[in-house]
Design a protein around this ligand. Sequence first.
Ligand code: CMC
Length: 391
Amino acid sequence: KGLFTFDPGFTSTASCESKITYIDGDEGILLHRGFPIDQLAKESNFLEVSYLLLYGEVPTQKQYDDFRKIVERHTMVHEQITRLFHGFRRDSHPMAVLCGVTGALAAFYHDSIDVENERHREIAAYRLLSKMPTVAAMCYKYSIGQPFVYPRNELSYAGNFLHMMFATPCEEYIVNPVLERAMDRILILHADHEQNASTSTVRTAGSSGANPFACIAAGIASLWGPAHGGANEAALKMLEEISSVEHIPGFIKRAKDKNDSFRLMGFGHRVYKNYDPRATVMRDTCHEVLKELDLKDNNLLEVAMELEHIALNDPYFIEKKLYPNVDFYSGIILKAMGIPSSMFTVIFAMARTVGWIAHWNEMHQDGIKIARPRQLYTGYDKRDFHSQLKK
Ligand code: CMC
């Protein structure tokens, strides 16, 4: 009954209007507030892009300095949060911990959660943007049994994250500028991507007027899956499994086999039917990092480049328009930096937080209508109930 459009997976349904991000999947174009992603990745920095996503315009120097100061002011988390971490098993996946701790921030920062109040929304945005690297690095430190490292606000957003990941009370971490720049680029390239599964989840959760920290936790849960943000971890695992170029044809054969569930991870995209513009910048960054670390003969990079070459010339991948996506090269960079694969999706979540908040804020600004999709019911017709329990 009723007239609905049936669109499983929302392949052709626009769920909202948005001014934040534009994608032309056929042409491989990605613009944030009108600016091409490659220009932003090469000429901007993550905090400047964050300002652009949140406020819609490039900041003046004064606006940027003020924004940076506010972000710095909120980098620490409530000390009691450290105790919350100790409730998790040490071998928990860092995404499970990130999801739980981010949701729990709602219990700590509840002084400004009137979502209809613009100032309250702004404070929630600053808190999330500032605290996410701290919480992400805490997830890592907890998993390896090292003490948490406090933020250092004189460092850049990416540099501070690397410091919290790798410094210890016995040894200071000297941030390598090439790796710092690469981390900053990874953050920019993941910052937003319009109505993907996790962003739509944040909007859906927020459409009921829910707490912003809880909405971001919902986004993290959605991002975790291997078809979405979890693909970076899965792509590296796949490259390690392939391990050498002579094994590539066997894996390509499996990816094309209808009876095999194996897919080339880091390949294909719902929207891009052309090269993902983020993957191009990621590949260049990968070369820069490996050169800096003197890892030019990296076996995984060799496998990745050969796999890309073979797939791009294979009729199956050509016909289905399957190209490398943003996650194909990011794992090689992160691994070379000394970051374990279980942290890859955590870093994606840290970067995407600003996109999630920008969409959550835009939705509240524009006036919300609760998200309530319909369904096509395929169950029983009406029937009478007779209990089979003993009376
Ligand atoms: N390897 C082999 N075949 C593939 C692949 C792949 N990576 N991706 C899609 N196909 C095939 C698929 O089997 C299907 O074939 P057929 O039409 O014969 O049934 C066809 O291409 C269309 O695939 P689909 O699953 O219907 O397409 P989708 O738009 O629903 O899925 C995707 C998009 C990204 C989930 C999918 O391409 C995939 O699983 N890729 C691997 C995981 C991955 O890299 N995800 C990261 C996406 S980018 C980061 C982000 O923003 O989340």
